[in-house]
Ligand binder design. Structure first.
Ligand code: GLA
Length: 734
């Protein structure tokens, strides 16, 4: 049993293989947090202490007991208005305008299986893999009920948290802030690891001490954003890749979010993860419910590497393809990914149907499985200033119908994929001329442009339906097996003529999920790749529908080392779409070898993004070999355990490895970041091999003992050149 309830003391305990989470309903009905961390047994309520703290108010019903204050006690779902002056998980504006909500325990339920969230992506599991705890809290005055949901995946060391807020009162209320998870630590000093960035340079690691005051990351962009990823790690001061305590919080949501970390006056630490407070005032009429997106919690006492491994398994097996898992016809589990060539960096807007067929012909000769026709095939779209919203095939440009083009590509033995950007509208489009009010804009103001385009009001069903029909008409024209779903600007004008204001930022995302859900219901075999100017919406919410996401518009092999390193802290390699592109690189001008580009891209869902016709015979031969290798290693890369072996932000090389479940096959990739005169030798130490087993490195035939590879490592050659890359393949010999 993963979930236990001790009736007498009203203590809830969630047990996973290696972790324990405990909370208690106290005598006043407050739900207090007791413990989260390495597995323990027993009741932890002895940890709670009570002292008279000046200027920390006391709830009215505790009488004259000045030692009882919500300002000091650790809580599961702290609210504003009860005397807790720290960051609140939940802020309610009552009908009478008062901002108070006093949540007290009203009951619980334990169920087999993992809860689902209506309209939202969430971790899914087989009934025997998970249990659900639902704790009901109620505010006696407003009659607002908050149902705290806990999903426990015992074998995965995963606890999920979500919240359903229902207005059982008769009057209309407004939710002004809602988080799905709060972690209160009564002791300890912590660092916050967050992943910041920008377009073309996403997910850089920042580690900062959580000091007094509040620090936060988040997004007000309508998407999870390039700027801050909705996932953080809270770590002990001395925690490293391989040792120490760390907690992860991964938000399963693709819109505005807020993560706050705070050390309070008594050196206690509180971390919150949930919906962004700005641009959000969610009205609930009597009987209505707001569902707060899920946060996936995980703890490891063995450093960041182990924490990442647990997240990789969870996201790979319990998030990716979630939208399909509900349908019998859809494939679930791991679906081998096509090696593709994308037309974007090969031709940008400058192509015809012939260009695509030619790309397919070349692709077939190299062993590439799929051609993706990127932006530029529809409406009036010769550059990025027009045409969005007009999802009619530009047959004049292609020189044929889409059906014919797909057929010709298929005749070359190559699959066909297509790019779309359904949430957008260009002012220069027939759609805008017909429905200018479908673009989000504030009344009486001109909307802000981004990439010279506006955003469609996806909170409206009629708008979504129109676009859905257009997209289906495109997909019905031929054997289209893959869609790249793009989203190329941040939202600014959060206003809808139909939807109540304050709901728009959330309802937009719900609309997006609804669209994807319907698309996959209609085309259960379709593979959707996510994209938002590369990694602007690289989050676990999207992964539920799009099991791979274009990780960054930056295809430079060197920059990708940092981007993919940061991404790897939560997201499995199978979600990271990575392509070999031309040199000099189109984003940085850097020149790296084809070998380096191949090895770096061969870390995720592999493909190409260049004009195959311009390659020399030698390069083509090398690409053939890369694809052969990728196909050989794909099960290891996608399903094996991934280990970071260095930190490219600090070390002279980037090194990472994949290991099979039985630890007998190992793929090691190394890229040297520095090269100087009379260069020192880099040694890379492997991890988690079988210590007493002899491994043979396939290329050199050299044999090493597992323990030696782990303790002493192997020397990386000193050679001339920049960003030199090495691939080693080790196989255990009995
Ligand atoms: C975005 C994507 C690119 C490409 C272009 C097309 O920037 O990230 O890969 O599809 O749009 O306009």
């Amino acid at each position: 049993m993963a979930i236990l309830f001790q009736e007498e003391k009203r203590i809830f305990t969630l047990q996973t293989k290696q972790t324990t989470y405990q909370m208690k309903v106290d005598n006043f009905g407050f739900l207090l947090h007791l413990y989260y961390g390495a597995k323990v047994s027993g009741e932890m309520d002895y940890l709670l202490t009570y002292y008279d703290r000046g200027f920390s108010g006391n709830p009215n019903d505790v009488g004259n007991n000045r030692t009882y204050s919500m300002d000091v006690l650790p809580q599961e779902y702290p609210t504003l208005g009860t005397g807790d002056y720290r960051n609140s998980a939940f802020v309610l504006r009552n009908h009478d305008e008062s901002a108070c909500c006093d949540l007290r325990y009203a009951g619980y339920e334990i169920r087999e299986g993992k809860y689902e969230l209506p309209g939202l992506p969430a971790v899914y599991a087989k009934p025997e893999e998970a249990q659900t705890l639902e704790i009901v809290l109620e505010d006696a005055v407003s009659k607002v009920r908050v149902r705290l949901l806990y999903g426990v995946l015992e074998d995965e060391d995963i606890i999920t948290r979500s919240v359903k807020i229902t207005n059982y009162g008769t009057e209309y209320i407004v939710v002004e802030k809602a988080s799905s998870a709060c972690l209160d630590f009564i002791t300890g000093e912590y660092d916050l690891l967050s992943f910041y960035g920008r377009h073309i340079m996403e997910r850089n690691l920042q580690r900062a001490r959580i000091g007094h005051g509040s620090q936060s990351i988040g997004s007000r962009r309508g998407t999870s954003s390039h700027q801050y990823n909705p996932a953080v790690i809270v770590a002990g001061k001395n925690t490293t890749e391989d040792i120490g305590d760390c907690y992860g919080m991964v938000f399963v949501y693709s819109g505005n979010f807020l993560c706050e970390a705070e050390q309070d006056q008594f050196d206690q630490t509180r971390i919150l993860m949930g919906l962004q407070r700005d641009l959000f005032n969610y009205p609930l009429e009597s009987g209505e419910t707001l569902v707060v997106p899920e946060t996936i919690l995980c703890y490891s006492g063995r450093g960041f590497g182990d924490l990442s491994m647990k997240y990789h398994r969870c996201i790979r097996n319990h998030i990716c393809n979630g939208a399909r898992s509900r349908r019998k016809s859809g494939k679930t589990g791991f679906i081998p990914r096509p090696v593709l060539v994308n037309s974007w960096e090969a031709a940008y807007f400058n192509f015809t149907g012939e260009t695509i067929v030619e790309l397919a012909r070349e692709a077939a000769q190299l062993g590439i499985d799929m051609v993706v026709m990127d932006d530029g095939w529809f409406g009036k779209r010769e550059d990025d200033n027009s045409g969005l919203g007009d999802w009619q095939v530009n047959e004049k440009k292609l020189g044929c119908s889409l059906g014919e083009l797909v057929r010709r590509v298929n005749e070359e033995g190559v699959k066909f994929g297509i790019w779309i950007e359904p949430e957008m509208i260009s002012e220069d489009s027939d759609l805008y001329r017909e429905h200018p009010d479908w673009a989000m804009q504030n009344p009486g103001r001109n909307p802000a442009r981004g990439r010279n385009q506006l955003v469609l009001d996806f909170s409206r069903e009629d708008v979504r339906e129109h676009i859905f029909d257009q997209i289906c008409r495109v997909l019905d024209q031929g054997n289209i097996e893959y869609v790249k779903w793009d989203m190329n600007r941040s939202l600014t004008d959060f206003y809808s003529v139909e939807t109540r204001q304050g709901k728009v930022s959330y309802d937009f995302v719900i609309g997006l999920y609804d669209f994807m859900e319907k698309l996959l219901a209609k085309y259960p075999q379709l593979m959707i790749e996510g994209c938002s100017g590369g990694g602007g919406r690289f989050d676990a919410g999207m992964m539920y529908y799009t099991p791979q996401i274009w990780c960054s518009d930056n295809t430079d092999a060197a920059d990708r080392l940092w981007i993919q390193y940061g991404t790897s802290f939560f997201y499995p390699m199978s979600t990271i779409s990575a392509h070999v592109s031309a040199v000099p690189n189109h984003q940085t001008g850097r020149i790296t070898s084809l070998r380096t580009r191949g090895i770096v891209a061969m870390t995720g869902a592999f493909g190409y993004e260049l004009s195959l016709g311009k390659l020399s015979a030698e390069e083509k031969e090398e690409i053939r070999e890369q694809i052969r290798q990728y196909k050989e290693f794909e099960p290891l890369i996608s399903m094996g355990d991934y280990y970071r072996l260095s930190n490219p932000f600090e070390d002279a090389c980037a090194a990472w490895m994949f290991v099979s479940k039985d630890r007998k096959r190992v793929l090691l990739h190394v890229v040297l970041l520095e090269n100087h005169g009379n260069m020192i030798v880099n040694y890379v130490r492997l991890k988690e091999l079988l210590p007493d087993v002899v491994y043979e490195e396939e290329r050199s035939g050299k044999r090493y003992c597992g323990s030696a590879l782990m303790q002493a490592g192997i020397p990386i050659p000193v050679e001339m050149g920049e960003y030199l890359a090495y691939q080693f393949v080790f196989t255990a010999k009995e």
